[in-house]
Design a protein around this ligand. Structure first.
Ligand code: GUN
Length: 293
């Protein structure tokens, strides 16, 4: 049976380090990092994530500025807020929770965030720097995956890492990060997605499998080889098979059939999820340091 990769534990270790760092920054600069989180509309899952991000800030002693806007907010109104946050020296990081309502063009909003405050790592300047192997803000969920992989696989050089899914938030950045020529990466990377006739052709080859498809049961036990390390990025609410009056959260991987074959696997919840917030807080500290140099 696989070792369970405890993202909650790793996340709390990282957040404890960040808390100490914030104390040091406060001693040196007489102020602490601040993160602005913007939510437009009332998507229930997004509201939960935004609250957790605010709570995460407070727990490490950073300032959190929450901007909760109605679903009817226009693109101009949102761009005006971003401009204000770009020019506010108390705000070191800006995160606009995605997805946005349909009257707002996501790309225009991401492009409006000052790249030096782009703690999500979604601005084209940071995406370009990642691909170019330059210092940049790494997107939080992919960076969390990278840290978990490094805790469980010692020599990554030449390992075959297969990514399922090609989103800009997870699939593409995690592939780019794990392709880099450094000790935390240096993998042979394959990305497969919905255009593949049969993704198991690819998943069966994986030494390390990162699944970010956005669909429950995307990877089952017959689709992996023995000894694979599995990182499940999925968050899907499904009807509980044990009690149809209830729902439960599952990943994109069928844990019950994959875990017996895997060397290590992330659970959902408690795997990748907690890492995202830790990496967001880490990026906000980094933003503060860049802006106070
Ligand atoms: N929606 C889902 N994941 C993310 C994320 O990492 N950042 C933002 N801003 N929105 C998201």
């Amino acid at each position: 049976m696989a070792e369970i990769i405890d993202g909650k534990k790793v996340s709390s270790e990282i957040r404890a380090e960040i808390k100490d760092r914030v104390v040091e920054l406060n001693k040196t600069y007489g102020k602490v990092p601040g993160l602005a989180v913007v939510l437009v509309g009332d998507d229930a899952a997004s509201a939960v994530y935004v609250r957790m991000k605010g709570k995460g800030c407070e727990e490490v002693g950073m300032n959190s500025y929450q901007h909760i806007l109605p679903g009817s907010t226009s693109q101009d109104e949102l761009l005006t807020l971003i401009d204000k946050l770009n020019n506010d020296s108390n705000v070191n990081g800006i995160l606009v929770q995605l997805p946005l309502p349909k009257q707002i063009d996501e790309k225009s909003v991401i492009n409006a965030i000052d790249p030096i405050k782009d703690v999500d790592g979604f601005h084209p300047v940071n995406v370009g720097k990642l691909v170019a192997d330059d210092e940049c803000f790494l997107p939080c969920t992919p960076h969390g995956c990278q840290i978990l992989i490094n805790r469980h696989v010692k020599d990554l050089k030449g390992k075959h890492l297969v990514v399922v899914g090609r989103s800009s938030i997870v699939g593409k950045p995690v592939a780019n990060m794990m392709l880099q020529k450094n000790d935390q990466a240096n993998c042979i990377v394959t990305v497969c997605h919905t255009a593949a006739k049969d993704i198991s052709v690819y998943t069966k080859q994986a030494d390390i499998l990162v699944v970010a498809a956005g669909r429950a049961m995307t990877v089952t036990g017959d689709m992996v080889k023995d000894g694979v390390v599995v990182i499940d990025v999925g968050v899907n609410r499904i009807t509980d098979p044990a009690d149809s009056s209830k729902t439960k959260i599952v990943g994109d991987v069928d844990f019950d059939s994959v875990a017996p074959k895997a060397a290590a696997i992330t659970p959902v919840p408690g795997g990748v999820g907690p890492m995202t917030i830790a990496m967001l807080l880490s990026n906000t500290v980094k933003a503060f340091e860049m802006q106070n140099r």
